[in-house]
Ligand binder design. Sequence first.
Ligand code: PLP
Length: 403
Amino acid sequence: MFDEIRFNKIERLPKYLFAQINDIKMAKRRAGEDVIDFSMGNPDGPAPKHVIEKLIESAKKPKNHRYSVSKGIYKLRVAICNWYERRYGVVLDPESEAVATMGSKEGYVHLVQAITNFGDVAIVPDPTYPIHSYAFILAGGSVQKMKLPYDENYEVNEEEFFKNLYKALNDAFPKPKFLVVNFPHNPSTATVSLEFYKELVKVAKKERFYIISDIAYADLTYDGYKTPSILEVEGAKDIAVESFTLSKSYNMAGWRVGFVVGNKKLVGALQKIKSWIDYGMFTPIQVAATVALNGPQDCVEEIRQKYKKRRDVLIESFSRAGWEIKKPKATMFVWAKIPKEFEKIGSLEFSKKLLTEAKVAVSPGIGFGEYGENYVRIALIENEKRIRQAARNIKKFLKEAKE
Ligand SMILES: Cc1ncc(COP(=O)(O)O)c(C=O)c1O
């Protein structure tokens, strides 16, 4: 019925590639098989106890059940600004340079809705967390991709990055208005230095585009690496915003709390669109989030240590199983080149095979863009015992594949 009535925006969204892996995984589970699931970046631990207690205490107060504030309660915005100052020495105004969001994904999508004119172009490095591109498609814009160059140790090759960026700027029409960066990077785990951001801010000012930086994995860093913020660069606020989330650092993914800070024009646009769309997160969640940001940070350190341990166990046990992978310096992922003998079938078929034959679910790199091909993303969301079990299954799978 009504076949002539089309929903163009929705039709511009492709079928979720990961659905193919999900379907196999669910069928296996229904058949009673045990699948070791590394396919989604969904943290498996509880939120910190003191944060949960604050949520309960706050939920008992009737006044907290009213509509909240769409840009976030003032105390939360102050906590966000203090977090930036403590961590990065960046001073922000809680009224005009900070907005609390329902997770960073909601903030990002609505920011892009607010600032994209029909036909605008954004540059998004490939591979990418899919919504970083599709938010622009949904908003009626388009995406100029550029290859994200990184070396064996997942460090961005900065010279190459700027070469690719200039090429993207030259290739695109109309001239791109936005660039999205996300370091530490999902899915590749790639990292950058503060020097990189200094250069990037210079280029953005010269070429006249805004930068949206996503540092969702800022706390999950290892072996001495520390995540820089683009806002540490003098004058970055003129052209950049940055988002962060409590999902990963505090195991609060289901709570949906994040924020966007920086450039007043962009933050103001997001505050305005949010005031039309929502009434803000449930106040007790905002109060508890304030406590998470202001309170003791040993919970973050525990979470970081947990992922580090899992990373080490995975790299070591998979290597003994015959799958050599380089250690990432950040995120809750391992970005693994698929074993040589499977290169010709590509990451999607390899992931299906791994799931069907070894009962190990991973995300095929191609799902993150064409330059994600030949890799898979392994999320560190299973415990050490199950990581070792996965390694045993993979050892058998690789041995049988060779025979
Ligand atoms: C790079 C990146 N940004 C943002 C998000 C979204 O996080 P949330 O909406 O829970 O804050 C994710 C989640 O996996 C992510 O990988």
